[in-house]
Design a protein around this ligand. Sequence first.
Ligand SMILES: NC(=O)c1ccc[n+]([C@@H]2O[C@H](COP(=O)([O-])OP(=O)(O)OC[C@H]3O[C@@H](n4cnc5c(N)ncnc54)[C@H](OP(=O)(O)O)[C@@H]3O)[C@@H](O)[C@H]2O)c1
Length: 260
Amino acid sequence: MELQNRVALITGSGRGIGRAIAQLFAKEGAAVFLTARTEKELAAVSLEISGSGGRAAYTSADLSEEADCVRVVAAAREKFGRIDIVVNNAGHYGPVVPVEDYPLAEFDRVIAVHLRAAFLLSKLVLPEMYVRKSGVILNISSLSAKAAYAWGSAYAAAKAGMLGLTRVTAAEAARKGVRVNAICPGPVTETRMSKELGADLAKKLGVSAEDQLAGFLNGILQGRGQTAEEIARAALFLCSDQSSAMTGQSINVDGGVAFS
Ligand SMILES: NC(=O)c1ccc[n+]([C@@H]2O[C@H](COP(=O)([O-])OP(=O)(O)OC[C@H]3O[C@@H](n4cnc5c(N)ncnc54)[C@H](OP(=O)(O)O)[C@@H]3O)[C@@H](O)[C@H]2O)c1
């Protein structure tokens, strides 16, 4: 098992990619601490994991709030005694509108949940990791950080910001035993965020959701989207000792779209 005796805090783990990461990490021996806003979803994932012999606990939180980030870290430590791995995955896409129509409050909320929460949670766990001279932070960015898609300015800015945060934190942490990396997934079409975005885009473009999706997937070398499980496997690699020489990197898991 790749993550035996590790404790992983995984945000946005009530469904989608975060759920898949939590399930895989638990299968690989980690105790997983789950968080998101919807308690019912967290309870269900926690039950799935404990039902298959894994260790899981959760607390609900809105990670766009600083106090909730502080509370989540304290709750994870109280439950499992330490935090070895943080996966910053929580987030929503935000309004599908051009810059000139983007409401400032919505812009701030998107930045807060993706970028600010990743910064805050890193800030809260790094001192503990430095004492042990070990730890891993993984930021879930996006293809949107590396390509130009209309009508998602806050999302793209937050995701590109996460890559800057990844590199600078990696530079500070590398000689203190802590690795920091990012994943840039392409379209993971099974998740709620992806489905809602597809529906919004189709409406705006005046095409069916099926045609919108087919057009988008056609631009990927593999001609298909990625599964949450495929993103989770890349997350496992980056959070395990298998990637011990990798830090400050952003890995594209997009079926062949971005090439840097
Ligand atoms: N799906 C894709 O195509 C794709 C591609 C690239 C990157 N990503 C990234 O992958 C991550 C997961 O997305 P997903 O596709 O799995 O979407 P999803 O199924 O909608 O899951 C998003 C998770 O984040 C949580 N979340 C959202 N806002 C939150 C907040 N303010 N505080 C705490 N938790 C919050 C959600 O729970 P609650 O709503 O209950 O809070 C949920 O658990 C996101 O960072 C997304 O940007 C996704």
